[in-house]
Design a protein around this ligand. Structure first.
Ligand code: G3P
Ligand code: MG
Length: 255
C-alpha cells in the first residue's frame, strides 16, 4: 500500500534548478510540488549533507571527494553556478537544514541514502538516527503518512537505517528487479520497491503489487510513460520534468 504523494520532484526541482539545493526545493514549490526525492551522504566529520555525487566537480565547484571535506566546508561551497549564474548563492545543504525546510513548507520526503563506497553502515546509521530524531513527534503521534520514506540501493545502509530508526519506513531501490527482489525486500522490512521505470514491465509491476508492496519508479520524464505505468499499478514516481508532469500527474491542471 502507498500512503504517500504520487508525484515527486526528483532532487528538489528536477532539471529546472540545481539539484539537491534549497533553491531546487523552492523551484519545486513554485511548480506546486509538496513532495521530493533527494540524496544524502556523509561529510568527513560524519555530518550528513544533501549530495548526489560522491565527488566534487559536476554540481559543486571544486575537486576531491565529499568525504574529504567537513560539512561546514561543503555548506560554504557553490552548488548552483554550474546550473546558471542566477543560482550562484546556492550551497550544499546540510541534511538537517534540508529536512527543516521541507517540514516548514509541508514537503513530503523520500530520503535516498547514498553512501560513498565503503561508508554504507555509517551512512545508514547516521541518516536513520537523525531522521528518527527530527520526526520524533510524528513517530509518537502514530501518523505514518507524515513520516518520510528512506530508500537506498545499498541493503547494508538500509539495514543500518532500520536498526537506528525502526519506526521510519524503508524502500529498497533496485535498478532492474532481480529474481530474489521479494526476499531482499522482506529481509529489510521494506514497505515499497523503488525501481528504474526503464526496466519495468506490466507483469513485474503486477508481481510487486500482488506481493503487497508499494511500487515507485524513477525517473519518469515522459508524460505518456507516466500514464502507461500508472495503468500498470505503479503507485508513485519522481520526475525531472516538473514542468511536464506536475504535482497532480501528467494530466493534472497546468500540464
Ligand atoms: O531515488 C531514485 C533515484 O534518485 C535513484 O537514482 O542516481 O538519481 O539518485 P539517482
Ligand atoms: Mg536519488
Amino acid at each position: 500500500m502507498w500512503i504517500y504523494p504520487k508525484f515527486l520532484a526528483h532532487r528538489g526541482g528536477g532539471k529546472l534548478a540545481p539539484e539537491n539545493t534549497i533553491a531546487g526545493l523552492q523551484c519545486g514549490l513554485a511548480h506546486g510540488f509538496h513532495a521530493v526525492e533527494f540524496d544524502v551522504m556523509l561529510a568527513r566529520d560524519g555530518v550528513p549533507v544533501v549530495m548526489h555525487d560522491p565527488y566534487l566537480g559536476r554540481t559543486v565547484a571544486g575537486a576531491g571527494n565529499v568525504f574529504d571535506y567537513d560539512a561546514a566546508e561543503l555548506a560554504a561551497m557553490d552548488a548552483g553556478s554550474w546550473f546558471g549564474p542566477q543560482f550562484g548563492d546556492a550551497t550544499v545543504p546540510l541534511f538537517a537544514q534540508y529536512v527543516e525546510f521541507c517540514k516548514a513548507n509541508g514537503i513530503w520526503m523520500n530520503i535516498e541514502i547514498k553512501p560513498a563506497p565503503g561508508f554504507d553502515v555509517e551512512t545508514g546509521r547516521v541518516v536513520g538516527e537523525l531522521t528518527r530524531a527530527m520526526f520524533g513527534l510524528e513517530i509518537a503521534r502514530g501518523d505514518p503518512a507524515a513520516l518520510p520514506l528512506m530508500s537506498s540501493f545499498s541493503p547494508v545502509a538500509l539495514a543500518a537505517a532500520r536498526a537506528a530508526a525502526p519506526d521510519v519506513p524503508r524502500a529498497l531501490l533496485l535498478d532492474a528487479l532481480p529474481a530474489d527482489w521479494e526476499a531482499q525486500a522482506r529481509a529489510l522490512g521494506a514497505v515499497a520497491i523503488h525501481t528504474n521505470q526503464k526496466h519495468l514491465t506490466a507483469a513485474l509491476a503486477r508481481q510487486v503489487k500482488d506481493a503487497g508492496f508499494g511500487l515507485f519508479c524513477y525517473t519518469v520524464n515522459d508524460p505518456a510513460r507516466a500514464r502507461a505505468i500508472i495503468g500498470w499499478g505503479v503507485d508513485g514516481m519522481c520526475t525531472d520534468r516538473i514542468d511536464l508532469i506536475g504535482p497532480d500527474g501528467p494530466d493534472g491542471p497546468g500540464n
